[in-house]
Design a protein around this ligand. Structure first.
Ligand SMILES: *Cc1c(COP(=O)(O)O)cnc(C)c1O
Length: 399
């Protein structure tokens, strides 16, 4: 670590609450790489935690942000703005659900909106409010979304948490049935659990959840904050399962790094929130919305849904060869370019070794190395990265 990095990290530690412990200071990004403040270039296979699906500083997105920033940066929701209005219509179109959109500023807030909408609907439909969520799921860090996140590391020290959540086991329909009460109003699920360990739902489970929700008059809510916007090879991961949710949420990758969250409903729930029943000062910010419109254009023009499937398959194949080689690696799983490498031990050691070789990656779920590279990743970059991953694994697992 050279001087500039040291200097900034020292100031960081003196000035920021230690909720994170970074060791890299990023100065700029371009496509699939970032440059640190000392000029070191690294592959960003975190995409800023699933944010840069179209890569860092895509020229079309940069242009859209610059143009909109020079025109109007905020309107408040007392007055409409054109980019947010267009974006809502496009998201509804991509979803095929025929509903409407509420805009927020983050994933946690989009999920809060989903929880509130479900409760409001439940209040009008039998006085129900309880939402079933899943162990190893992740829904955010506000109090309600922490209560929805059935993981103790997230909840410890924050009692009393909001009530109204019950937990079930992922990919286990019987455990969902066991969690239902006469107060249950909804089931909230990630089609691919991200933070919890990059675990895809089985086909049977997602179809079973939909059938169960129909049978018991419950809402099916999909949290697409990490898996959405093409990451798994479809616009939204639920589209890969041939089921339709009643509500789903987006954030991370929606506006390529400009903070934005969105709740999308189906037709039936489009008008459950009425005037003044929910709100956000910044929600639907025109700069964020302009960036999101550009993101959608880029995904379409560059065929990134197909790329996520194809490059994802190549990447998983390469990782599988390492699983075959090293006893310390157990399994490759995921969908599209949302990929987990399961380790027998602490994944942090692998992530550190990858960083030494020049690749940024993430951990997930206690024993998983998580790769979320930009969907614009080219075959030649993947090949180079694979060699670097090979060297990193050899440095820690080789004889
Ligand atoms: C990151 C994440 C969230 C929280 O999003 P924030 O923008 O950090 O509030 C919620 N759900 C899932 C599935 C996530 O991956």
């Amino acid at each position: 670590m050279s001087n500039k990095t040291q200097e900034i990290l020292e100031q960081y530690r003196n000035s920021l609450m230690p909720t994170y412990a970074p060791s890299v200071v990023i100065a700029s990004g371009k496509g699939v790489t970032v440059r640190d403040v000392d000029g070191l270039v690294l592959y960003d296979f975190t995409s800023g935690i699933g944010v840069h699906n179209v890569g860092h500083c895509h020229p079309k997105v940069v242009q859209a942000i610059q143009d909109q920033a020079a025109k109007l940066t905020h309107s408040s929701n007392l007055f409409a703005n054109e980019p947010a209005t267009q974006l809502a219509a496009r998201l509804v179109g991509l979803s095929g659900l025929g509903g409407k959109v509420f805009f927020a500023n983050s994933g946690a807030e989009a999920n809060e909106a989903a929880i509130k909408l479900a409760r409001r609907w439940g209040a009008q439909n039998g006085g129900r409010y309880e939402i079933v969520t899943f162990r190893n799921g992740f829904h955010g860090r506000t109090l309600a979304t922490v209560a929805a996140t059935a993981q103790s590391w997230c909840q410890e020290g924050y009692d009393p948490l909001p009530v109204g959540f019950a937990y079930a086991d992922y990919n286990d329909l019987e455990s969902v049935k066991a969690a239902l009460t006469d107060k249950t109003v909804a089931v909230m699920v990630e089609a691919v659990q991200g933070e919890g360990g990059v675990t895809p739902a089985t086909d049977e489970f997602m179809k079973g959840l939909r059938a169960l929700c129909d049978e018991r008059n419950l809402l099916l809510i999909c949290d697409e904050v990490q898996s959405g916007m093409g990451r798994t090879g479809t616009w939204f991961a639920w589209q890969g399962y041939d089921v339709k949710p009643d509500l789903f949420t987006l954030a991370k990758s929606i506006a390529d790094g400009i903070p934005m969250g969105a709740l999308v409903s189906n037709e039936r729930l489009a008008d459950v929130f009425t005037t003044s029943t929910h709100a956000s000062t910044f929600g639907g910010n025109p700069v964020a919305a302009a960036a999101a419109l550009a993101v959608i254009d880029v995904i379409e023009e560059e065929d990134l849904l197909r790329r996520a499937v194809e490059v994802g398959a190549l990447f998983r194949e390469a990782l599988q060869s390492f699983v075959d080689k090293y006893d310390q690696l157990l399994e490759v799983r995921g969908k599209g370019l949302m990929i987990g490498l399961v380790v027998d031990g602490d994944p942090k050691a692998v992530v550190d070794a990858l960083k030494e070789q020049g690749i940024l990656a993430l951990t997930a779920g206690g024993n998983v190395v998580r790769f979320l590279p930009p969907l614009v990743l080219k075959e030649e970059d993947l090949e180079e990265a694979t060699d670097m991953i090979s060297d990193a694994l050899d440095s820690i697992f080789g004889e």
